[in-house]
Structures are given as C-alpha cells and as structure tokens.
Design a protein around this ligand. Structure first.
Ligand SMILES: Cc1cc2nc3c(=O)[nH]c(=O)nc-3n(C[C@H](O)[C@H](O)[C@H](O)COP(=O)(O)O)c2cc1C
Length: 188
C-alpha cells in the first residue's frame, strides 16, 4: 500500500474549532458525499452498520436549535450556557446515532463503531479544508430530542457534528506526553 505522509500530517495537526466559531462556506454536495463515504468506512464488528447519519443544512439546524429550549429539562443556567454557545453560523450539521438492533456484536462495540464514524467525519472534513466540532451537550441525551429526530429512545445520539469554515484559527490545546499514557506491557 502506498504511503501518505499528508494523512499523517493531518492527523498530527487536526484540531476542532468551537462550533460557535464555524462560519460558511461549508462543504458543497460533492464534498459532503465524500465526507459521508469516508464516514461509513469504519471498523464495524460483524458488518452490521450499527449507525445512522442525519444531514441538517443550516435552515434545518436553525429549526432544530430553535426547538431545543422547549425540550430542555435541566436547570435554566445550564440551558443558558448552551444557548450562549449556539453554532449560529455553522452551515452544516451531521447527527450520528446508533442503530444497535443487532445482537451479533456487543452493544458497546456498535456504539464505539459509531464513534469512529464521528471521528472519520472530523478527519474527512479537515482533509477537505473545513473545521468541525463534535458536540453532545445535553441534547444528545434528551428523549424529546430523540423523538424529534426519530431516533428510538433505546438508541444513542453519538454526536452532533458541526462543520464549516473558520472565522478564526483554533489555538493548540494541551496534549498528554506519550509516556503519560503509553506504557510497554511486560509479562513474566
Ligand atoms: C463524545 C464527545 C462529546 C463531546 N461533547 C462536547 C460538548 O458537548 N461540548 C464541548 O464543548 N465539547 C465536547 N466535546 C469535545 C470537542 O468535540 C473537542 O474534542 C474539543 O473541543 C477538542 O478537540 P480536538 O482535540 O479535536 O481539537 C466532545 C468530545 C467527544 C469525543
């Protein structure tokens, strides 16, 4: 297989941009299809495709966000906090949810596979020159939001992924040193 130093460079440098800083333009339809094709090319134990992706253009994303406050059940301060961070200008939202009806693989693995869908969306978006952020906030865990999106309450909303261009570049954030989290396994 041929090598791809550009991919390594992308993975070493990719950063999320807070969704409220995402602005147009977003991916065009061809780029979106590329992102989606990359998204579904992920490890998936037993080949059961245990995830679904919903596309919300800006208009639909705005409608969704307008309905969220009525569905919020926590304390008003936490709602205000989320509202303040609303990705108002973000041109595209992809919602990844689980579809864990199969018993062929453990449920946890099916949800993990969905997480890799999300990560591929972030990487493919970056490779096309866009910024993105994976959010869950309170709304990924809310039954009313699941009802609105047609996601069964028994399933998980794995990620709301906002995609667009940057209005300012993200600053690097601290990363752990490899030795803090990686160790050599030694067995007697
Ligand atoms: C499953 C998951 C859920 C997340 N949910 C939120 C969230 O609700 N709000 C938030 O500010 N960041 C959230 N993040 C973190 C951001 O998406 C992102 O990881 C962080 O801003 C820095 O990422 P980077 O290392 O890609 O730059 C979440 C991350 C993951 C993996």
């Amino acid at each position: 297989m041929r090598t791809s130093p550009e991919t390594i460079d992308l993975l070493l440098k990719r950063r999320s941009l807070v969704a409220m800083n995402l602005v147009p333009p977003g991916p065009d339809s061809e780029e979106l299809e590329t992102i989606l094709r990359c998204a579904i090319r992920v490890p998936d134990h037993k080949g059961i495709f245990p995830w679904r992706i919903q596309i919300a253009d800006k208009e639909t994303k705005d409608k969704l966000h307008a309905r969220l406050p009525d569905l919020h059940q926590g304390d008003p301060a936490s709602l205000e906090k989320t509202n303040a961070k609303e990705p108002k200008e973000a041109p595209l939202l992809l919602i990844v949810s689980s579809q864990t009806t199969s018993t062929k693989a453990p449920r946890s693995e099916q949800i993990l596979s969905g997480a890799t869908v999300c990560q591929n969306i972030l990487i493919a978006s970056a490779a096309l020159g866009y910024r993105s952020q994976w959010l869950t906030e309170w709304f990924a865990y809310n039954d009313g939001v699941k009802d609105l999106l047609g996601v069964p309450r028994s399933e998980e909303i794995i990620g709301f992924i906002y995609i667009g261009s940057e209005n300012q570049p993200p600053k690097e954030r601290p990363r752990p040193q490899l030795e803090e989290i990686v160790s050599k396994l030694q067995l007697d």
